[in-house]
Ligand binder design. Structure first.
Ligand SMILES: [Zn+2]
Length: 95
């Protein structure tokens, strides 16, 4: 997670990040695509800006209290896709 040293904000940031990912995309014959699997190969945070004071060079990274020892990248709900898509139907492949 992040913390802004200028104003103390710990919850709201603009995060610019670059990701390289591999996706298993399933196309229907009608041309509709649905991503069934996604693996993030590379993830680089380029810039973090505080939403409160707009400062970007006062923002520091600090370990998330909820994940002891885990070095997983900070996740924000806006950028994450839900792990399960409720409406996705996967019919058995008929040959
Ligand atoms: Zn701030």
């Amino acid at each position: 997670m992040y913390r802004c040293n200028a104003c103390g904000n710990k919850t709201r940031f603009d995060v610019v990040e670059r990701t390289r990912s591999r996706s298993y995309v399933h196309f229907s014959l009608g041309g509709e695509a649905s991503v069934e699997e996604e693996e993030v190969l590379e993830r680089e945070v380029e810039q973090v800006t505080c939403r409160w004071c707009g400062s970007s060079n006062e923002v520091v990274t600090e370990p998330s209290p909820g994940a002891p020892g885990a070095d997983s990248p900070p996740s924000s709900p806006e950028y994450e896709t839900p792990p399960t898509s409720p409406g996705a139907e996967t019919p058995p492949a008929a040959r």
